[in-house]
Design a protein around this ligand. Structure first.
Ligand code: HEC
Length: 325
């Protein structure tokens, strides 16, 4: 999937698949990540973003990854790349590009609204399947990934939770089937990918069961054992609530629990859904929100701190209804 956006003098283009990286990408990536790019050139911003997209796989959609990587930048750098300063009166045409992206994301995001879904704690693969997966993993993945919490590009523990918490086993299967092995994506059989996902689940200490993981039983939520719905820092999320001022800051009151943005269909139900009790700070807001004050809004952005304890690094704010709640 390739996406291109044009706004003002600026082109954004995003390629929605993992690139073929030259040999030993995991060793080279970290210094690419920090290599300075000239601040004066806007082209450098998009190149930097694109490169970071490859380097940091914070989300399974490369497109989302592009926005996600802005989290790693300073506020000033982010504004430079957006072309909008906090005090700038320049037309926010680059923000428009981001909004274009946000709506593109919305369009490709799948709606997932069911409630009592199975979870990874329900035994969604078998021991025999994980044993087969171990072999396949050894052949196709172990060269680049540690099936442990430590080591090269680990797929267990914190790294796993960071990328996949609140997603589904189907998302994980789709990710590895589409993008891995990096450089030769999609080259294994469907069964081999399912087996490999089974061993990834086993390695992350989810229990085995009596039914193999197959193409039709992957709607399984990846959540911690205690059922916590808190998302990790940097997750791209969406909340609905009431926009208000708090001192010099914008906040959303009565906020719903943050949900992974790529898992939620926007709009449908936003106007009528039950709101929450939480107040979330909106950070790095680069547009004027005054005319939305008091409205019910949908905010998307990146969680700052686990669960968004320090707020949301905002990418878009959209009015849902005039009045709130
Ligand atoms: C040639 C090296 C290479 C091989 C082989 C490879 N990968 Fe990857 N994999 C990568 C790179 C590079 C990334 C992106 C890492 C990043 O951006 O953090 C990645 C990312 C991933 C991720 C996402 C990790 C995260 O935390 O978001 C998963 C899951 C994954 N690979 C699974 C697999 C599986 C399963 C296989 C075998 C079928 C495989 N990989 C084979 C290089 C490889």
């Amino acid at each position: 999937m390739a996406l291109r956006g044009t706004a003002g003098d600026k082109d954004f283009s995003f390629v929605g698949r993992a690139p073929s990286l030259a040999s030993d990408p995991l060793v080279r990536l970290p210094d690419q990540r920090t290599r300075p790019t000239p601040a004066s050139s806007n082209g450098a911003c998009s190149r930097q973003l694109t490169r970071l997209t490859y380097a940091r796989n914070l989300t399974w959609l490369r497109l989302l990854g592009t926005i996600t990587t802005m989290q790693g930048m300073s506020a000033q750098r982010k504004q430079q790349c957006l072309g909008v300063g906090l005090n700038s009166s320049a037309p926010p045409f680059r923000l428009a590009s981001l909004l274009f992206l946000a709506s593109a994301i919305a369009n490709i995001a799948a709606a997932q609204t069911s409630t009592a879904r199975r979870t990874v704690w329900d035994g969604v693969y078998t021991e025999a399947q994980a044993a087969r997966g171990m072999m396949a993993f050894g052949q196709s993945c172990a060269g680049c990934h540690a099936l442990a919490a430590e080591g090269r590009a680990p797929l267990v523990g914190e790294a796993f939770w960071k990328s996949f918490q609140q997603k589904t086993v189907g998302d994980l299967l789709e990710f590895v089937s589409k993008y891995m092995p990096n450089g030769n994506p999609g080259t294994l059989s469907a069964g081999a990918y399912q087996d490999i996902v089974a061993v990834m689940l086993k390695s992350n200490a989810f229990p085995a069961g009596t039914t193999e993981l197959g193409p039709n039983n992957t709607d399984v939520q990846i959540i911690p054992k205690d059922g916590s719905t808190q998302l990790p820092a940097d997750a791209l999320v969406r909340v609905v609530g009431c926009l208000a001022r708090s001192g010099s800051e914008w906040v959303v009151t009565n906020a719903t629990t943050p949900e992974r943005a790529e898992r939620v269909a926007p709009a449908a139900g936003d106007a009528t859904r039950a709101l929450g009790t939480r107040t979330m700070a909106l950070k790095f807001v680069v547009t004027r929100l005054d005319n939305l004050a008091g409205s019910r809004v949908a905010v998307s952005g990146l969680l700052i701190g686990a669960g968004g304890v320090d707020g949301i690094n905002v990418t878009a704010v959209n009015r849902v209804t005039e009045k709130c709640p």
